[in-house]
Design a protein around this ligand. Structure first.
Ligand code: NAD
Length: 480
């Protein structure tokens, strides 16, 4: 990639996300020479830090870096104590931004990264315009973290508060799953291979399965999680994004506009459930104490009678020409047996099995997003030797890493995309809107339901109800 020049202004520069993800991602771009001389970062937050302290924090966020390089990199970082509601602070911020733009010859390109509570986004967007922190000679892009709203209504309100000041083209809504190598691989597998492209429909696919399991519990984000739950925290964004990539039609070209157009259509095609359909197609559950780990309701800051789900499983249907009738089973939860992100595409069995004495294994395309980027296809082959027996075999389709390149972190790739103005791997407002409409119907049915939450022990793969969701359809989870 060519060299980039930009001034980053990070709101929430002292936060956890900034330290764990943003500074290491910027450093990776720095080491590759993509950002080099003509860049600077202003971190803002309420704490009264000095530039020196900020630079030390940035260096600490890069434990593997060579000290001298990290120091040179961190010298591009400046701190401003800033209360987002205080207009005066934006006046100071503007001056600092102008100075740095001149000092580093940046040419007016600005990226505003909103890494703090979404309730401040509207105020920030407004002040960036009214206090003329946006420039006339470069681009002005806003990068926004999740959660984008709490339901459709609040998301629409949030979107309006931003779109008053920034056009959709300049708004980059992060869903970091879209920066993951194997999630990006979905379109290559589907649209780069006629053997998959031509079979990718309800005549040949029996069902799709998506699992996003976490082994951690609620950890430090309890306050937020209590108000969100697994459905809002994981399904509305990450899982539905994966669903859209798996079910969208082939875009006219591999480009931002065409890809996002088809993803919007895919999300619009999701069947929005009636309350009684939610009861039969969705399962919610909470983790219970086991293996020396606390149950959800015993965690700090969690209500002892909390109704927040830490696990959700569901069966989705898509009303599209190619996917009508193909169930999409999804599940996600905390305190599950292991951290994994995995997609299984289960193909239908061969009509008229001639190997009457033997059951054929299903053809399954598996994409392991995490922990390791692996793709495999399960096939049937003849067992070597006398007689005629079949055996199942895995065909490894994992991308060969020909240059021995280190796989970039999602945030690194997404930050570079934002620098280049490429929003292909960011969510369009309409994707967010249709996702919330689907999720809201489930949430509303749950809020009105008297049915207690299901339970699962820490370290398991979820409640038995999540297995029953498939067994009642004569299917089972491929990933156990
Ligand atoms: P955090 O609580 O660690 O940091 C919040 C930041 O906002 C701090 O720098 C704080 O000083 C600043 N802040 C709060 N009120 C302010 C005010 N009135 N004026 C100025 N600054 C103020 O939060 P985080 O974990 O870094 O998350 C930031 C955002 O990213 C949130 O929207 C969160 O939902 C999202 N996010 C975080 C993670 C993660 O792993 N931490 C993952 C996904 C999304």
């Amino acid at each position: 990639s060519t060299k980039q020049q930009a001034l980053f202004i990070i709101f929430g520069g002292t936060g956890d996300l900034a330290k764990r993800k943003l500074y290491p991602a910027l450093f990776a771009l720095y080491q590759k020479g993509i950002i080099n001389e003509h860049f600077a970062v202003i971190g803002t937050a309420r704490r009264p830090w000095t530039d020196q302290h900020f630079q030390a924090v940035v260096q600490e966020s890069l434990p593997d870096a060579k000290a001298a390089v990290a120091k040179k990199f961190a010298a591009h970082f400046y701190y401003q104590s800033h209360n987002v509601n205080d207009t005066e602070h934006y006046v100071t911020l503007k001056k600092l931004a102008q100075n740095l733009d001149e000092k580093y010859q940046i040419g007016g390109n600005r990226l505003f990264y909103l890494a703090m509570s979404p309730r401040f986004f509207g105020t920030i967007a407004q002040h960036l315009k009214s206090q003329a922190i946006v420039t006339a000679d470069g681009y002005n892009r806003v990068i926004i973290e999740k959660p984008f709203g709490h339901d459709y209504a609040s998301a629409a309100e949030l979107n309006q508060s931003i779109s008053k000041y920034f056009s959709e083209d300049d708004v980059f809504r992060i869903d970091h799953y879209l920066g993951k190598e194997m999630v990006q691989n979905i379109l290559a597998i589907r649209f780069g291979n006629n053997i998959f492209n031509s079979l990718w429909n309800n005549r040949y696919i029996d069902n799709l399965q998506i699992t996003l399991s976490e082994s951690l519990g609620v950890e430090e984000r309890a306050g937020y999680y209590e108000t969100a739950g697994a459905l809002r925290d994981m399904v509305q964004n990450h899982i539905l994004q994966i669903v859209s990539l798996l079910t969208m039609k082939m875009p006219t070209t591999y480009s931002e506009t065409d890809i996002r157009r088809e993803k919007i259509c895919a999300l619009k095609s999701l069947k929005v459930y009636q309350p009684q359909e939610v009861a039969t197609n969705f399962v919610r559950a909470q983790y219970q104490a086991a293996a020396g780990l606390k149950g959800y309701r015993q965690e700090d800051q969690i209500a002892p009678d909390s109704q927040t789900e830490t696990f959700v499983a569901g069966k989705l249907l898509v009303a599209s020409e190619n996917f009508a009738g193909v169930p999409i089973y999804i599940r996600t939860g905390k305190r599950l047996r292991q951290k994994a992100t995995r997609i299984d595409v289960v193909f239908k069995t061969v009509p008229g099995d001639i190997f009457a004495k033997q059951d054929l294994a299903d053809n399954i395309l598996t994409i392991e997003v995490e922990p390791e980027g692996k793709v495999s296809l399960q096939l049937n082959v003849k067992k070597i030797g006398q007689g005629y027996q079949l055996q199942e075999q895995q065909l490894d389709l994992s991308p060969e890493n020909r240059n021995g390149e280190q796989i970039p972190e999602a945030y690194e790739k997404l930050l570079l995309d934002a620098l280049m103005g490429d929003a292909t791997n960011f969510t369009h407002w309409e994707e967010v809107a249709y996702s919330w409409k689907f999720v809201d119907a489930i949430r509303q049915a749950w809020d009105q339901s008297q049915q207690p939450l299901a339970e699962y022990p820490c370290g398991s793969m979820g409640p038995k109800q999540a297995d029953e969701l498939l067994t009642k359809d004569h299917r089972h989870w491929i990933y156990k």
